[in-house]
Structure formats: structure tokens, C-alpha cells
Design a protein around this ligand. Structure first.
Ligand code: NAD
Length: 486
């Protein structure tokens, strides 16, 4: 069985306590790995290694040298693509094509894109007048913030972890990463890549474990950590923000969502059905940007519901390695219980179950896996729990609307503000609705299309700050203004 260790100061090691935890396959709940659980000594050692590295060779590299090294990291990930794909499939149970086409290549791109951003970003400069007529020049210096704690979730583990590690390192910081306890494998593997490429020891460190009273909380409370970047649930964000208040540490938060899809009658119907289908059911609905609330203009409502139902009923369950499979299990038994509790709640609240609502019959070993059916509801009031709360499963509620204003009002009636996808062929309407929606990310006639140079993040309870392109520099660097009197 695979044994997963911490990666501290360039070396893999178990924790001094000898504590370990089990990692089970989402596909059939067989035991697939034993993971060391970091305690206070390992978190201390990782933070200390990261601080030493800041003052060492890493801190003396020029921006182009650092950028070249990070290109090397990306190239090595690409060279070892099969290892990363296999590890992420084992951890998440999600289909191979999702890994090979999206999640792992995006992990490599996260190093290249931010290396290039930092290499090319200009600095600001202002000339100013002074009473003696000689003037002064101001210019901005960007310095790394220091040791960054990266706390990552399990739903697209490698892509979301590198989305933070890439810019943090590009800006000259060092990192201590705490991957999700559900998905330790690809983060563990990245240590091998760092060593192979020659990234100095201590620049990239990994501690494994859980959140409260474990490695996650120890790391976010550690006074050697200068800033915390976190992707995960809004409730966890609240706990981390409290920890960050000690020492006034900066936070960047990418949190939960309860995203709306708005489908106008003038849309390209087939593309809209495909787009909403992907946004509701890709990764078995475990996508922060996923659509759990769908609003469809009344003239096409019935036809739309029928078309989405047909697609949901045609998903092909299976192991990630099966070329035919396009739909995986949920991450854990615990998460399946949560999703199924919402399936029950929807019925209690009076939903019309268009399709799904339960557990599929799976053959052989797969019967023990965390499978649930893709589920569609109609007929609920907007106050229903399954319309207000993030479920993070393969399900959505569809409701008809009669006007653009009503659609915008419905979409905005949420505590969350992460993403919205709008389907229309009316250009003016696309711009109007995009401007009126209170979210960080709006897609028109698309979903999940990402240019990594653009701002990414949520408003309301979906996050704090924006990452992506130059926006990441705001979080991962400190700006000092230098004023020179001439
Ligand atoms: P989670 O909040 O349960 O866990 C995320 C990470 O935080 C894990 O590594 C966990 O061990 C750690 N953690 C938990 N409690 C902690 C604490 N008190 N202190 C420090 N660390 C702690 O989230 P999850 O279940 O892994 O991921 C799913 C959630 O992530 C969903 O809400 C989803 O919407 C959100 N998400 C958001 C984005 C985004 O970009 N906005 C992207 C992906 C996922």
C-alpha cells in the first residue's frame, strides 16, 4: 500500500508521533494509502525551513532565473503527466479525461503563467513636483510577502493547490502546503518534481493532516506564517480568518458558491443544455463554480427540463480508468451522506424529482463506492434549503422566469456570489445581465472557460480577494513606495 509522507526542507519523512490516517478509494472504499499526520513539530519544521529558504539561494535569484525554474517545474509535471493523472484518479475517482484534459495540465500551466506574469509586469512610477522645483520620483518595489500557508480542498486538488503555489513562488515567497486529507497524493508527488528541477530546499513544503486541532489549524495559527491562502468551505474560511487575526495576517479566500445559470429563450438551445449539464454534473457536481440553481425563460422551460433530464439519465458510471466512463463517485462516504441528506430534504420540502434522487445500482466492488445519481428538481420555492445552501453534489433545481429583471433578481438572491453562467444570443442583454449580477465570475454562452491572466474570486460569502494574472500580485507581494528627491 502507498505510504505518504510529509515533504519538509526537500526531504520526505514521517511524523515523529507516528500518527497516520487511512485514505480510501471513492470508487469502492478500498484502502489505498496510509498518510502520515503532521503535528506541531512537523509544522514548526516546515515553517522554519520555508523561512530559511527565503534568506538563502531562493531569495537571491533574479526574477528571470526564478521564472525559468518554474517553467522547469511545469515541464517536469508535463513529463510525469501519467504519474499525476494516476495519483489524482486514485484520490478522487474522477474520469481519466477530466484529469488529462483539464485538471493536471492546468496544474502545469499554473507555474508557467505566473512565471510569465511576474517576468513581464511593469512597476508603477510617478514624477512629482516639489516646492524647490527640482521634483521627486516615486516608484514601487514589490517584495515577496514571506512564508505563505496554502490550505487546499479535495475537489480538484492539484489544479487548485498549484493555482496558489504557482503565483506564490513566482513572486519569490516560500510555501507550506496542507492538502486536503481526502486527496494527499498529487501534492505529495510535487515534492519529487521540485527536487528533480532543483528548486532549493525549503521553498516548497508539505504537511499532511486534517483541519481543526491538526496540521491545518496548526499551520494557520503559526506565527511564522506571513499570509494564508485558502480554498474551501465558507465555514472553514471563518475559522481561518479568526486564526489569521492573531498577528494581523493577510488572507486570500476562494470559498463556497450557490451559482445560478440563466437560460433565455433566445439561446442556442443545444449549447445551453450542454453547458448547464456540464456545469451541474462535471466532477459529480463537486465544483465550486458549478450550477445548482437554474433559471429558464418560460417558453422553453418544459423542453429544457426534458433535455437536461435525458442527458442526466445517460451518464456512464464507472472507474476512472474505463474509457467509457464519464461520471465518477463522490469523494467520501461522509460527503455522500451530506448530499443524500439534501436529496431527502428536497422531497420533504415538496420538490418534484425530475430524475435521480438516490443511489444507482453498481456492479461488484463498485457497489461499496460513494455513488449517487445526478438529480434534477423543479417546483420548490426559493426559500428551500436545496436552493439556498451549497450542496456540492450532482444536482440542480430548475425554475421558470418571465422577464430579464426577474431572472437577475432570482440569481442575486443568494448569500454567495461566486459565478453565474448566462445563455442568450442577444448581445445587449448579455452585457446588461452580466453587469447586474453580483458575482466575481460571469460566463456568457460558456462555463469553466479560463484565461489564467484574468481575475478569479467571489463576492459576498464566496471569498475575499482576487487571484489570477497580475491580481495575484496584490496578495503574494508587499509593495513599498520609494520616493527619491531630485
Ligand atoms: P473544507 O473547507 O472542508 O476543507 C478545505 C481545507 O481546509 C482542507 O485541507 C481541510 O483539511 C482544511 N481545514 C478544515 N478546517 C480547517 C481549520 N479549522 N483550519 C485550517 N484548515 C482547515 O473544504 P472541502 O470540503 O475540502 O472543499 C469543498 C469546498 O471548497 C466547497 O465549499 C467549495 O465550494 C469550496 N471551493 C471553492 C473554490 C473557489 O475557488 N471558490 C474552489 C474549490 C472549492
Amino acid at each position: 500500500m502507498l505510504r505518504i509522507q510529509n515533504f519538509i526542507d526537500g526531504a520526505y519523512a514521517d511524523s515523529a508521533s507516528g500518527r497516520r490516517f487511512d485514505k480510501f478509494s471513492p470508487v469502492d472504499n478500498s484502502l489505498i494509502a496510509s498518510v502520515t499526520e503532521a503535528g506541531a513539530p512537523e509544522v514548526d519544521a516546515a515553517v522554519a525551513a520555508a523561512r530559511r529558504a527565503l534568506a538563502g539561494e531562493w531569495g537571491r535569484l533574479s526574477v528571470p532565473e526564478r521564472a525559468d525554474l518554474l517553467h522547469g517545474v511545469a515541464d517536469e509535471i508535463t513529463r510525469r503527466m501519467e504519474d499525476f493523472v494516476a495519483a489524482e484518479m486514485a484520490d478522487t475517482g474522477q474520469p481519466r479525461h477530466v484529469m488529462t484534459h483539464a485538471f493536471i495540465p492546468r496544474g502545469a500551466a499554473n507555474f508557467k503563467v505566473f512565471a510569465d506574469v511576474v517576468r513581464n509586469v511593469p512597476t508603477e512610477a510617478f514624477q512629482m513636483a516639489t516646492p524647490d522645483g527640482a521634483g521627486a520620483i516615486n516608484y514601487a518595489l514589490r517584495r515577496p510577502k514571506g512564508v505563505i500557508a496554502v490550505i487546499a480542498p479535495w475537489n480538484a486538488p492539484f489544479m487548485l493547490m498549484t493555482w496558489k503555489v504557482g503565483p506564490a513562488l513566482a513572486c519569490g515567497n516560500t510555501v507550506v502546503v496542507k492538502p486536503s486529507e481526502e486527496t494527499p497524493m498529487t501534492t505529495a508527488l510535487l515534492g519529487e518534481v521540485m527536487n528533480a528541477v532543483g528548486v532549493p530546499k525549503g521553498v516548497f513544503n508539505v504537511v499532511h493532516g486534517f483541519g481543526p486541532a491538526s496540521a491545518g489549524e496548526m499551520l494557520t495559527r503559526h506565527d511564522g506564517v506571513d499570509a494564508i491562502t485558502f480554498t474551501g468551505e465558507t465555514g472553514t474560511g471563518t475559522a481561518i480568518m479568526k486564526a489569521a487575526a492573531e498577528g494581523i495576517r493577510d488572507v486570500s479566500f476562494e470559498l463556497g458558491g450557490k451559482n445560478a445559470g440563466i437560460v433565455f429563450a433566445d439561446c442556442d438551445f443545444d449549447k445551453a443544455v450542454d453547458g448547464i449539464f456540464r456545469s451541474a454534473f462535471l466532477n459529480t457536481g463537486q465544483v465550486c463554480l458549478g450550477t445548482e440553481r437554474v433559471y429558464v425563460e418560460r417558453p422553453i422551460f418544459e423542453r429544457f427540463v426534458a433535455a437536461l433530464k435525458a442527458k442526466a439519465e445517460a451518464v456512464r458510471y464507472g472507474r476512472p480508468q474505463d474509457h467509457d466512463s464519464d461520471y465518477g463517485p463522490l469523494i467520501s462516504q461522509e460527503h455522500r451522506q451530506k448530499v443524500l441528506s439534501y436529496y431527502r430534504k428536497a422531497v420533504e420540502e415538496g420538490a418534484n424529482v425530475v430524475t435521480g434522487g438516490g443511489v444507482p445500482e453498481m456492479p461488484g466492488d463498485l457497489a461499496a463506492g460513494n455513488w449517487v445519481q445526478p438529480t434534477i428538481w423543479t417546483g420548490l420555492p426559493e426559500t428551500a434549503a436545496v436552493i439556498q445552501e451549497e450542496i456540492f453534489g450532482p444536482c440542480c433545481h430548475i425554475r421558470p422566469f418571465d422577464s430579464e429583471t426577474e431572472a437577475v433578481t432570482l440569481a442575486n438572491a443568494s448569500r454567495y456570489g461566486l459565478a453565474t453562467t448566462i445563455w442568450t444570443t442577444n448581445l445587449g442583454r448579455a452585457h446588461r445581465v452580466a453587469a447586474a449580477i453580483e458575482v466575481g465570475i460571469v460566463w456568457v454562452n460558456s462555463w469553466f472557460l479560463r484565461d489564467l491572466r484574468t481575475a478569479f474570486g467571489g463576492s459576498k460569502r464566496s471569498g475575499i480577494g482576487r487571484e489570477g494574472g497580475v491580481h495575484s500580485l496584490e496578495f503574494y507581494t508587499e509593495t513599498s513606495n520609494v520616493c527619491i528627491k531630485l
